[in-house]
Design a protein around this ligand. Structure first.
Ligand SMILES: [Ca+2]
Ligand SMILES: [Ca+2]
Length: 82
């Protein structure tokens, strides 16, 4: 039983590491761009609290969409970092 628990813990850790890597990487953008049109709409942004809250700052040109460049600039400027 103990061995199985350890295995499960290891699996959970690997999964958590993978998840963190994905979240910290550039895949965040494509993940948020759920309709894959190359920009995050305000509706899509509701999936990410930080982006949603910082929406006005993130949408630098105020066109109602956050494109990849705006998103990476926003990500860099986020106080919490990754
Ligand atoms: Ca989109
Ligand atoms: Ca924009």
């Amino acid at each position: 039983m103990k061995k199985k628990t350890l295995q499960q813990a290891a699996v959970a850790l690997v999964a958590a590491g993978f998840f963190t890597a994905v979240v910290a990487g550039e895949d965040v953008f494509s993940k948020l761009d759920s309709n894959a049109d190359g920009a995050i709409s305000s509706e899509e942004a509701t999936a990410n609290e930080a982006l949603y809250k910082g929406w006005e700052a993130a949408d630098a040109n105020q066109d109602g969409q956050v494109d990849a460049a705006e998103f990476s600039a926003f990500e860099t400027s986020m106080p919490t970092g990754k």
